[in-house]
Design a protein around this ligand. Sequence first.
Ligand code: NCD
Length: 337
Amino acid sequence: MKFSGSHILSVEQFERADIERIFAVADSMEPYALRQKVTRVLEGAILGNMFFEPSTRTRVSFGCAFNLLGGEVRETTGFKSSAIAKGESLYDTARVLSGYSDVICMRHPQEGSVAEFAQASRVPVINGGDGANEHPSQALLDLYTIQKELRDKGRSLDGLRIAMIGDLKHGRTVHSLMRLLGLFTNLQVVLVSPEELAMPEEYVELLRGLGHRVDVSSDLANSIGHVDIVYSTRIQEERFGSKEEADLYRGRFRLNQAIYTQFCEPNTVIMHPLPRDSRSDANELDNDLNQNPNLAIFRQTDNGILVRMALFALILDVADQVDKFSRPVNWYHSRTF
Ligand code: NCD
């Protein structure tokens, strides 16, 4: 695809070569994320960060990624503090805000809303999550993480074995990840959820149609024994009619160190898009896994900075100039990956 000036709305836009390009640029961002160098390549550029749903990682890491490239960030969070609460349409909001920014990241509870906004926008728009539909940058950082974790173990994305666990019906991260995985070969995917929260058929059919093996299960222990990656997810409470309805499913699939030791192959990588729900009635990934070196959840969040820097650099067409505008850092730093 042509990155420069493009919206990033769905992972359907990408071919395998695009993924490789994004990952190569992400690798090249490491010295900046590690504070070994700073770059001012986006000096003067403004990111409009518009988050109409709760977010910690996605919002802050998009902002930090833009700052690390030398740009400035302006934010609005929640409906209440925006003119949408006064009845302004997405169209008008897009026309206005795209006059203020060079690129916009947006999260919104309604499926398709970010694409609608992008149609009216005068600058590129990145989908930071639209309802239960898609979350392209998360899927990219997940795939980037999987690739790095497997590389250390002498494996590649082709031939990947992965179990996805939890609320697969509403989880936009797993929807985008399923689509992206379709670009690789010879996969074995196990989908573990309560029957009512199963992965929508279109994603299952997509992978099966491409010749991959997809198994569906509601039994955690018997599904995690022969996989490279266990990808756990949160019950998406905000997509249910009531908290009580979400409570029916919360805590159904809990992974802790004892279960990991008993059922997983040694060195199975544990992932989660986060936030993990650490309340006692949920606790899908127990804190006793924190010392497990195969817990990759904070490597995922670190990798998110690299991938989001890469997206900005490609969309704003500066990927080849980042080093030209760089200098050493002045301050004390001790960051590692
Ligand atoms: C996810 C999301 O918002 O879809 N969070 C994130 O962006 N890392 C997953 C979730 O909220 O459960």
